[in-house]
Ligand binder design. Sequence first.
Ligand SMILES: Nc1nc2c(ncn2[C@@H]2O[C@H](COP(=O)(O)OP(=O)(O)O)[C@@H](O)[C@H]2O)c(=O)[nH]1
Ligand SMILES: [Mg+2]
Ligand SMILES: [Zn+2]
Length: 279
Amino acid sequence: MQNNEIGKIICINKSIHKVLLSNNTIINCFTRGKLRKDGIVPVVGDNCIVNISTGTIESIEQRKNYLERPLIANIDKLLIVMSTSIPAFSSYLIDKFLVIAYSNNIEPIIVITKTDMITMKEKINIRKHVNYYKKIGIKVYYNKNITSLKKEFKNSCIALCGQTGAGKSSLLNKIDASLDLKTGEVSDALGRGKHTTRLVELLEINGGLIADTPGFSSLSLNVKRESIRRFYKDFNKKCEYRSCVHKNEDGCAIKELVKKKKIPSWRYNNYIKLLEEGK
Ligand SMILES: Nc1nc2c(ncn2[C@@H]2O[C@H](COP(=O)(O)OP(=O)(O)O)[C@@H](O)[C@H]2O)c(=O)[nH]1
Ligand SMILES: [Mg+2]
Ligand SMILES: [Zn+2]
């Protein structure tokens, strides 16, 4: 009799590992002594083989990515939720999250919110940015039309990032009203109390899973300067100097492209700022 099944760890509370099986049932599992002996510590998001008759996790599949804060594995997509007003639009934050996503092997997707709050002139400015991101191959959606965005959730493990007030919880409620998430919270730290550390949990949404953890809002740029250069994908292969950081070097093609406005100056300025933040 075959008792082994493939599942995904969606929550860990002390030694209890909640595992979602492919038939959509959830079972509570413990880790096996052998796993512990091998020094393998399962985390939320891990795909695993479970023995459903003994309720034990037999093994963990190789991870696509592994984040430490929040502690989670195998995130497929990072929705970068960016408001156009209150909090103000920031292409710098978008560019920072793009580098974080790429450096962790996560597909970034931009979602623009609150376009109902801005003037036509401001809309034109946002559209300029959006068009550039689209041009370099990044998907951009607006929260006012979620039909196509909804499809991104199918069979994917998704995390959301963005400033407080950007509209992350509102967006998720729009996609699945049964989530009933609180919106308009001043801060995630308020109301919840300092000492109630919340568990990282994957919630089912529209045929996929979302990481329900506020930790993503404050993802830090724990990235080497070399990676920042590498994950500014639109800069790649344009400058012929292999080790050029496109900053003070003479004859750098990137700087020329900025001068000629082929690369927008905001994108380049964000890059220089990120370089300074990198390790
Ligand atoms: N006008 C407008 N308000 C929005 C929009 N999206 C969210 N909000 C409001 O912005 C506030 C913050 O939203 P919330 O979802 O809690 O943001 P979060 O902190 O990112 O989870 C709430 O009062 C929402 O009702 C939008 O597209 N337009
Ligand atoms: Mg929220
Ligand atoms: Zn260069």
